[in-house]
Design a protein. Structure first.
Length: 193
């Protein structure tokens, strides 16, 4: 990790930035993950009602058969993610905690549940990152080759020691980009699934 990345993480993290300084644990796919998502989604819907404009299970735990960190990733679209008063207090009341505020990256906010290992990614409605997350998930759900290649890369990288979990995520960037290109080409009819 470069000093600049470390500094950026300190700037966007709310509360202490705790180093990981370890390998990454990947669990075999667990059919309980979608159930954990449903429980969290129910709490989010109870907190926000119609203010939850998009609510989806994303990330590796949303892809049957794919090994993953046992952390449920959720993407939520609200009208304006900058308007934290419109959704953060309600989510806090339902057991979530605001941990990251990234104004320079799609006004992303990240909340964590206090009792379930999860990352709730909040963006404004219409944000292109939501489409990328869903396209990536949907492609891996249907493309056995890319899913197997992605898992192989994850396992190789997970065996290394990482200062922060974000460094592990960043190390997958090029492969994620290549998979997304194939997913988008398939959506446009330029590539068979």
């Amino acid at each position: 990790m470069t000093g600049n990345t470390e500094e950026y993480m300190r700037q966007v993290t709310i509360g202490d930035l705790v180093p990981h300084d370890a390998t990454i644990f990947l669990a075999a796919y667990d059919p309980a993950w979608p159930l954990a998502y449903e429980g969290l989604a129910g709490r989010i819907r109870a907190a926000l009602g119609r203010r939850a404009l998009v609510l989806e299970h994303v990330g590796s735990t949303s892809v049957p058969g794919l090994a993953a960190k046992p952390v449920i990733d959720i993407v939520l679209a609200v009208e304006d993610s900058r308007d934290e008063a419109a959704y953060v207090p309600a989510l806090v009341a339902h057991g979530f905690e605001l941990r990251i505020r990234e104004p320079g990256w799609f006004q992303h906010r990240l909340l964590k549940s206090r009792d379930v290992a999860s990352n709730l990614h909040v963006f404004s409605q219409g944000c292109e990152e939501i489409d990328r997350m869903l396209a990536f998930r949907d492609w891996l759900r249907t493309n056995d080759r890319d899913r197997a290649d992605y898992e192989r890369t994850k396992r190789e990288l997970a065996a290394r020691t990482w200062r922060h979990v974000q460094n592990y995520a960043d190390a997958k960037t090029e492969q994620v980009r290549a998979i997304l290109e194939r997913a988008q080409a398939a959506r446009q009819g330029r590539l068979e699934p």
